[in-house]
Design a binder for this molecule. Structure first.
Ligand code: UD1
Length: 417
């Protein structure tokens, strides 16, 4: 099994190019099913999770061409059939559930394994199912499988009890071809939901209220294949912003949308980090003395839960006490014991972590317990004295394109073994 070996203490410099967002591209790939045509995804991040969802589409009959040199994905869903869905692939990644909405929309039915929980929480799909039911879908859950069927999808008004990203996306995909109008209230406002909606509109859908908590979908008869370039990965941007600060360096990050990273910029600015924007690049200067801050993760435009472990790594290195409250996932402090092994002083109190920062860090062997936890340990290793070994890095490969190569180009001492 691969691992990263990181020698801390190097100063970073230079530029890093950001890839497209994993969380945008996964539902977009699923949505290509709706076209029954050929779609091209440009600047596609070639990640483990992308290969899982393209494998799933292949089992359904899609023809897929992956161009690793051009980072281009060509998907022809003309021959997709409504067959049973590979449970192994569904269990590999929660994002597999994105194909439920498009399959119901195109074929009026789908049967697939429930995705189950993961390290960071139980992560049910009740809100996805609530939305499908409102559109006239019969749902049956039996032996860990969900079977959905309908003779006709009818637009409806759906209120989400929580602005779930995945549920909002699945309901949008299920309703674009439904008869009449669907309104999703308390919808997720994340940029990735907006990107999926823009992709669908380019295909011919009629979605308005994009980027707000009230999304209206007017059903259309047919969608067509298109070429699309997804948005930049705001979480990858945030991770490299912290790489600059934690290593007390100055770097330039290319491929940003300032609006999408506002909550991260706001917190780093509060800590005393200097940042300057040029076109779609951001210069981050982490060479100043920093102050501790309190952070609460919230749905967008609040501080993203997917940046919580990484900013915790940084706060561990800042003199004083910071408090992080995690409100999205109930079990997203798995990285704390690993950080403690490196020298961190963190106490967990329910959904809050109290960080007494400014302790000395030394390298040791730590485990990536999930995707963002793995990224956070790599960041902390950049600031630690000596060598850190990060194991179970397949989690990191799920969501970061060649993170070690991008860090090496900036001057970090990191090797994949
Ligand atoms: C997406 C992102 C993930 C990010 C998360 C929150 C993708 C592929 N993943 O995950 O990286 O951390 O948004 O920004 O885009 N919930 C329910 N019932 C449901 C659905 C969700 O109770 O039917 C709960 C979850 O357990 C969780 C909260 O709602 O506590 C937020 O989950 P959600 O927004 O759905 O996250 P995902 O779409 O799974």
């Amino acid at each position: 099994m691969s691992k990263f070996i990181i020698k801390g203490g190097e100063t970073l410099s230079g530029e890093v190019n950001i890839s497209s967002a994993k969380n945008a591209v996964l539902p977009i790939i699923a949505a290509t099913i709706l076209s029954g045509d050929k779609c091209v995804i440009e600047n596609c991040p070639m990640l483990l999770d992308v290969f899982v969802i393209t494998d799933l589409l292949k089992t359904l009959g899609a023809k897929i061409n992956i161009d690793l040199l051009e980072n281009k994905l060509e998907i022809d869903t003309s021959y997709v059939k409504c067959t049973d869905i590979d449970s192994e692939l569904v269990r590999k990644m929660r994002g597999s559930f994105f194909i439920a909405g498009p399959m119901i929309s195109r074929f009026g039915k789908v049967k697939m394994a429930l995705p189950g929980g993961c390290n960071i929480g139980t992560r049910p799909v009740d809100l996805h199912l609530k939305g499908f039911k409102a559109l006239g879908v019969n749902i049956n859950i039996d032996h860990g499988f969900v079977e959905a069927s309908t003779s006709k999808l009818l637009g409806s008004k759906i209120y989400l009890d929580f602005p779930s990203v995945g549920a909002t996306e699945n309901i949008i995909m299920a309703s674009v071809l439904a008869e009449g109008e669907t309104i999703i209230e308390n919808a997720a406002e994340e940029p990735e939901v907006a990107d999926l909606s823009n992709f669908l509109n380019k295909m011919g859908a009629n979605i308005s209220g994009i980027g707000t908590d009230r999304i209206t979908i007017k059903g259309v008869k047919k969608l067509k294949g298109v070429t699309y370039r997804p948005i930049y990965d705001r979480i990858e941007v945030g991770t490299f912003m912290i790489a600059a600060v934690i290593s007390k360096s100055l770097i330039k990050i290319n491929g940003i949308n300032e609006e999408h990273i506002k909550p991260i910029i706001a917190k780093l600015a509060e800590m005393g980090v200097c940042m300057e924007k040029y076109d779609n690049s951001l210069i981050v200067d982490g060479r100043r003395k920093l102050k501790p801050v309190d952070i609460k993760t919230m749905p967008y435009p609040g501080f993203p839960t997917d940046m919580q472990p990484q900013i915790m790594a940084l706060l561990c290195c800042v003199d004083g006490t910071s408090v992080i409250t995690e409100t999205i996932f109930e079990n997203r402090f798995m990285h704390v014991p690993e950080m403690t092994r490196m020298g961190a002083n963190i106490k967990i109190d329910g959904r809050s972590a109290i960080i007494h920062g400014g302790t000395e860090f030394t390298g040791c062997s730590v485990k990536a317990t999930d995707l963002r936890a793995g990224a956070a340990l790599i960041l902390l290793a950049l600031a630690a004295e000596g060598e850190t070994e990060v194991t179970d890095i397949y989690h990191v490969d799920r969501g970061y394109v060649s993170i070690e190569k991008k860090l090496q180009n900036l001057g970090a001492d990191i090797k994949r073994m």
